[in-house]
Design a protein around this ligand. Structure first.
Ligand SMILES: Cc1cc2nc3c(=O)[nH]c(=O)nc-3n(C[C@H](O)[C@H](O)[C@H](O)COP(=O)(O)O)c2cc1C
Length: 202
């Protein structure tokens, strides 16, 4: 049911995390402690998963590997664009340094199943959201990025992905240095009551 003026808000830890999560402006080292990372990954694999396919791969990039990821991003940008400035290449190279940990969330889409590809990709998206919310609940900040790099063949090859795999997001996680602006949840304009067949020609 939609919230009405008469109904009371119920507060639970889960709802507080779901509704209160915002993307931070800036995160810094250190990344999540190992025990916390285990919890974050456990939340990821609890995403709804039609057919129990586990159509996910979570690639962890941290430490010096972020520099190598930056090399991959810069090379991919150079391959995509004939003319690109040195400053744009440097900015692309430095993106992974925005956080101590990046989780690349991959939908490892299986072809030999009745479960449509879109359901496997949505499941990977749910895994990404579960991990962002888990990180938030544990006191970390995380933001979700894609951009052209997520759909880039050179990037996918560098991760050893196949043509059927889809990168659904790069999750940048760390300690919150600059928090994001709190947001008020507002379902207005998104929710409609459906009461029967749509009007129109029979
Ligand atoms: C699949 C996906 C990809 C996204 N990619 C980007 C991106 O590349 N750049 C960006 O600025 N925001 C991107 N966003 C949006 C941010 O992660 C974030 O949700 C948005 O800025 C709203 O902030 P909030 O999370 O605090 O509501 C993406 C979100 C999703 C779901």
């Amino acid at each position: 049911m939609l919230e009405t003026q008469d109904s009371k808000h119920r507060e639970t830890a889960v709802l507080t995390a779901l509704i209160g999560r915002v993307s931070p402006v800036r995160v810094v080292a250190p990344g999540p402690a190992n025990a916390d990372l285990d919890q974050i990954l456990a939340a990821g694999v609890r995403a709804p998963d039609h057919g129990r396919l586990r159509p996910w791969r979570f690639l962890l990039i941290r430490g010096d590997a972020r520099q190598r990821f930056g090399d991959v991003l810069a090379k991919a940008l150079r391959l995509r664009k004939q003319e690109v400035s040195e400053s744009a290449l440097q900015a692309e190279h430095d993106k992974p340094l925005r956080a101590p940990l990046i989780i690349v969330v991959v939908a490892a889409v299986r072809g030999n199943t009745k479960v449509p590809a879109i359901e496997q990709i949505v499941s990977a998206g749910a895994a990404a959201q579960n991990m962002l919310v888990a990180a938030h609940a544990l006191g970390y900040g995380g933001f979700w990025r894609t951009g052209d790099a997520a759909y880039d063949d050179h990037v996918k090859q560098s991760f050893g992905l196949t043509a059927d795999d889809e990168i659904v997001g790069f999750l940048y996680l760390g300690h919150i240095e600059t928090p994001g602006r709190p947001k008020t949840p507002d379902p207005v304009g998104v929710v409609e009551e459906w009461t029967g067949l749509p009007a129109g020609p029979a």
